[in-house]
Design a protein around this ligand. Sequence first.
Ligand code: SF4
Length: 376
Amino acid sequence: MSVRPWRDIERRKCRQIMVGTVPVGGDAPIAVQSMTNTVTSDVQATIRQVNELAEAGADIVRVSCPDPESTAALKEIVKHSPVPIVADIHFHYKRGIEAAEAGAACLRINPGNIGSEARVREVIKAAKDHGCSMRIGVNGGSLEKDLLEKYGEPCPEAMVESALDHARILQDNDFHEFKISVKASDVFLTVAAYHALAEAIDCPLHLGVTEAGGLRTGAVKSAIGLGSLLWAGIGDTIRVSLSADPVEEVKVGYDILKSLGLRHRGVNVISCPSCARQGFNVIETVEKLEKRLAHVTTPMTLSVIGCVVNGPGEARETDIGFTGGGAGKEHGMVYINGSPDHRLDNDRLVDHLVELVEKRAAEIKAEEERAAVAAE
Ligand code: SF4
């Protein structure tokens, strides 16, 4: 019996596949993905962006392969990438074969859209030969004509039927290393389609609200769509689509997972909106802290609260906390592991909290390493 049952999320049971070295589905952590927006054949620029994404925490990165120059570049990109690379293929079966040969960990390809059965078999053979998995990516905006005629408009039933049609082609060819996405730009359609798909098949599901919009609107839309699905236990890997720097997609992805307690990375800052009672400038301090602590990957919590109205209560639940002394006061209280520890002058606030967080992160890492050695 869980201590806090209202926080429990029971994940949908599904089989597990591998995307290179990253397990997706089953009891594997929910993987965070993003996609490069460089010209893929510009190898240096693409590798640079893949590295930025990996540094931000992306477990898997997708790269678009629209032409032979891109799949030719893929080999070098894969060689230098710290994370598995998914090749995004549309229509051209040859790009699929080339990408598998170049070392892509996964092909994002819809087998029903690449032509004859012989072509499909060739792509599947290349994927099998090179240990490559696949993602069937159904999109509400590009459903097959016959399904649109049958259903009249993009709807959950049409999207699921499309996904299952593609899946059947892979299954008929004895290929089972695949996951599916059924994305739409409409949150209701996306959520309903994933719910129906989750009932219909036992493969891992890749979640996304497609063409979600710019940084703020896209993050909110994704948080509603992906958040509600993840809360219902649906979803094994996620990509937040934003018209913004792809690094932001990774950050928003983690923020969604963190909010649901599904995965933690880095410092979770709990801060108040501030008001006339604040003992220091909360907004400016949090901005500075988030920047200075972006490099910390160890999961931990830091509360930064303007006054004693909510400060001590929030600090009780965090690794490190600071509560302002109230309007006009020059100092506040630092909390360590939930207990008041020492007074701190406001003008040393940022530097001191950064020091404390870095020290605690190093301690947690050392404890984990000791535990790992003991377990061996
Ligand atoms: S914690 Fe204090 S400073 Fe922050 S919003 Fe609440 S009352 Fe205002």
